[in-house]
Design a binder for this molecule. Structure first.
Ligand code: WQD
Length: 343
């Protein structure tokens, strides 16, 4: 095993755990995952172990606690890079409790950047989001698209995070960052053996669809009167394993010094805008189940439509999404059935 190590913050989370799988199976780095289980559980690590051929280390740590961070991490040597997932990510929860989101998402980022500066860790991947675009004037959005006002505190914390990192790069030219703007990560590992498992009730569309299908939840579609092709919000849904794969490629991009500047930014979307109704229809097609749902009011913080131009990530990272919408919905359904609760 490579003596160089990669620290993955938020590694027990949805995207973090799927990225652990791809890192362990496709690289030889020593992997250390940091998580405080605020929106995940240690069982996520057990499932990663079932799907990988080598071990990894874990540290239970809240990155907002700088003293604890120093105590637990300063003894780690040969850190080749950090992949920073750890953040709260629910649009509606951030609308309900903005201060919690600003504190958690910004404080943890500041602390991990300070740690990187002290230890001179030069490779950093930042988990950002398409929510930074707000209601963009033109679609698909490219990395050059001017950011509109964020529609939620969650999206705003990602806008702030990107700016903090950009200024940090200016004053630390030795620091190489890749910022990845995820569109809507959905689905589960194609084995059906792990997937999205928030410890609180999910807010995201796809886990609510699969829980509704097994009688564990009820789906309300938030608004059908938007100015879109069918009146429903449009998003760029992308398989979580495609997102995970992009992180392995982004790590290679900066550790092999393929990056042209020390602050690189890429959209991670399929390039396809899909409406809520089209997601429901895809689920019904792959599961063979008719989904019951009601149509309610619009949800505060929602953007009308956003989807990616992903040419830059394909060109620079050599990344190409492998899974289509039906693959995403089938994998999510397989995972839900694995969780049990079929009624
Ligand atoms: C999608 C659509 C809802 C629930 C996500 C993640 C965030 C970030 C951006 C990565 C919207 C509708 C949802 C429901 C519904 N990604 N919906 N009924 O808000 O686009 O944000 O992508 O960082 O992590 O939160 O995702 O799944 O909540 O909503 O009608 O019960 O589904 O209105 O149009 P969103 P979402």
């Amino acid at each position: 095993m490579n003596s160089s190590c990669i620290i993955v913050t938020g590694g027990a989370g949805y995207i973090g755990s799927h990225t652990l799988i791809e890192l362990l199976n496709n690289t030889s780095y020593r992997i250390i995952s940091i998580d405080n289980f605020s929106n995940s559980s240690p069982s996520s690590y057990d499932r990663v172990k079932q799907l990988t051929s080598r071990d990894f280390e874990t540290i239970n740590l809240d990155l907002c606690n700088e003293t604890e961070l120093k105590k637990q991490l300063s003894g780690i040597n040969n850190i080749e890079g950090i992949i920073h997932f750890a953040a709260f990510k629910s649009v509606p929860d951030s609308v309900a409790d903005p201060v919690l989101y600003y504190h958690n998402n910004i404080e943890s980022l500041n602390n991990i950047l300070k740690f990187s500066q002290e230890k001179k860790i030069s490779n950093f991947i930042f988990s950002s989001s398409c929510s930074v675009y707000g209601n963009a004037d033109a679609l698909p959005v490219t990395e050059e698209t001017v950011l509109k006002k964020a529609e939620s505190p969650y999206g705003h914390t990602k806008q702030i995070g990107e700016e903090i990192i950009e200024f940090f790069c200016k004053v630390n030219p030795w620091f190489n960052v890749v910022t990845l703007r995820y569109f809507n990560p959905v689905g589960a590992h194609m084995s059906g053996k792990t997937g999205e498992s928030p410890i609180t009730k999910p807010n995201n569309l796809v886990p609510i669809i699969t829980q509704t299908a097994v009688g564990k939840n009820s789906l309300t579609v938030f608004g059908s009167d938007y100015d879109t092709r069918d009146g429903y919000c449009i998003r760029d849904y992308i398989h979580v394993t495609d997102i995970a794969d992009a992180h392995v490629k982004a790590l290679d991009y900066i550790t092999q010094k393929k990056n042209r500047k020390n602050f690189s930014l890429f959209n991670l979307g399929t390039g396809n805008g899909v409406s809520v109704l089209e997601v429901i229809r895809s689920f019904e097609r792959v599961s063979g189940k008719k989904l019951s749902y009601t149509v309610g009011d619009r949800r505060k913080g929602d953007v009308v439509a956003v989807y990616a131009n992903n040419d830059l990530a394909k060109k620079e990272l050599g990344w190409k999404p492998q899974y289509n919408l039906d693959d995403m919905m089938l994998s999510a359904w397989k995972w839900q059935l694995n969780l049990g609760g079929e009624s």
